[in-house]
Design a protein around this ligand. Structure first.
Ligand code: AMP
Length: 180
């Protein structure tokens, strides 16, 4: 039987050994190519999240930016850009986090999150959770409150969810795929 989610799963392309050997890259570009599919996916990603609970969505460079417009519109929220180090033009706040080898960093503008604002973190893929966790930390260090996390894809076998602070975690597509 065809599940409502089948069209989304079919539009995600697995690219083995990219960007390095052993990684199966989840390529979302076929989902973007279809006229209606990406917008439908963004609508489903936020099911269960109330606009009354979210002041801003924080999106992570680069593919996370794609979700900013539709998710912010659905939740009537502002948008915070979290970028790689050195890309933002104004005063910045930075959080460094570890990768398998070495470290990476994300930055937001100092005035992007007002104290007490509730911020939903949004990205395309939850893998090990390091990036989303750093995003949560930068929200908290700005004086904001975490409203939860929203992903298109969760690589559940990497258990990134367990590295995230408490709060709702929405992911539309899960790998390995569970029925539904
Ligand atoms: P992580 O910090 O390990 O949770 O990785 C999340 C970030 O890396 C996201 O911004 C993703 O865009 C990217 N990413 C990690 N693994 C993959 C993958 N297998 N396919 C596509 N993107 C990935």
């Amino acid at each position: 039987m065809t599940s409502p989610l089948d069209r989304f799963y079919q539009a995600i392309r697995d690219v083995p050994d990219f960007p390095e050997k052993g990684i199966v890259y989840k390529d979302i570009t076929p989902l973007l190519h279809a006229p209606d599919l990406f917008v439908q996916a963004t609508e489903k990603m936020t099911v269960g999240i109330s606009s009354a609970d979210v002041d801003k969505v924080l999106v992570i460079e680069a593919r996370g930016f794609l979700f900013a417009g539709p998710v912010a519109k659905a939740l009537d929220a502002g948008i915070v850009l979290a970028r790689k180090a050195g890309k933002l033009p104004w005063k910045r706040r930075r959080v460094e986090y570890s990768l398998e080898y070495g470290t990476d960093a994300i930055e937001i503008h100092e005035d992007a999150v007002e104290p007490g604002e509730r911020v939903l973190v949004v990205d395309d893929v939850l893998a090990t959770g390091g990036t989303a966790r750093a995003a949560a930390q930068i929200v908290e260090e700005s004086g904001g409150r975490l409203a939860g996390f929203c992903f298109l894809i969760e690589l559940a076998f990497l258990d990134g969810r367990s590295r995230l602070p408490d709060g709702p975690v929405n992911s539309l597509l899960t790998y390995p795929r569970v029925s539904g």
